[in-house]
Write a protein that binds this ligand. Sequence first.
Ligand code: FE
Length: 390
Amino acid sequence: MARFTLPRDIYYGKGTLEVLKTLKGKKAIIVVGGGSMNRFGFLDKAVDYLKEAGMEVQLFENVEPDPSVETVMRGAEAMRAFEPDWIISMGGGSPIDAAKAMWAFYEYPDTTFEQLITPFNFPELRQKAKFAAIPSTSGTATEVTAFSVITDYQKGIKYPLADFNITPDVAIVDPTLAETMPQKLTAHTGMDALTHAIEAYVSTLHSPFTDPLAIKAIQMVFDYLPASYEGDMNAREQMHYAQCLAGMAFSNALLGIVHSMAHKTGAAFSTGHIPHGCANAIYLPYVIRYNAKAGTARYADIAHAIGLTGTDEELVEKLCDKISDYNKKLGIPATLKEFGINEAEFNEKVAKIAELAVGDACTGSNPRQITPAEMEKLFRCIYNGTRVEF
Ligand code: FE
């Protein structure tokens, strides 16, 4: 049996934050990150709207990037003390992801991460609270997805949580929040959204329900990302919707090895973190050439949808070239070497990283299977910028 799940309501448009006024409940807790929502006045607005709805409001602030198990536990504790019937998460992917996990531990204090990481094995949520998500970046789409990633820094592992129970009840996709994104974040999150849509479209779990969302998202990213990057706020608005459409697609069709590779390289090198969307953008054309060896038809569909012409093989090439052009325009490097990863460290670590990437949760739905040896070869192509010919 297949299933397609989205939030019950997606509110979108400039000023939609105001819909918080109409929520029905007694108590709301707002989960936010490091301060930009506060600084730009959105947090005050949200508090005022919720009070107008007749709710008592409490804040849980300072969720860090890549939120920790400890933060989740503290948030769940605050929720158990306050007993909200609405959890309102607001900001980039991190506070929303953290709030999703807090929600599970609020409703089920005795559950454990070990239980929750089995995919689609959550206990039934919504016993105590409903969940609204308000994204301020245009990429992760966590406001509409069934996913959350929490980091256990002591054990050095990430817990990818996946269950339709954590698909929010309400998503508020208000582009005014995304107007505050700095340029680099706009580039990285935009290419993350493109990767979501392309990986969902070619996923082994793609369906007639997810395909149109993925294709529309791809068209919109190609149409609007460069202008959004240059600061055009109408384009920024369209990107905020495009990433949400991509999220609806990949929440239901899952992803592929671009994400597997980005997950396992993000924090792997001593030279510094590779931002998620930047890693995806670098890897995407290489992975398309690898996957296309097992079938070009789905990539040809994508290429047609953005106005490219030619044979299927030519279309794959043109699609990859177009992605590389966008990367260049957006200031994203073409190789891991260019990104600044040290060659000796890369050579020392690549075999282990390749093995971990094959074991990532996103590998299962990739359209072409991959062995650790092939994955290592693929990483070497990406490091040096050599063509994928296998
Ligand atoms: Fe992503």
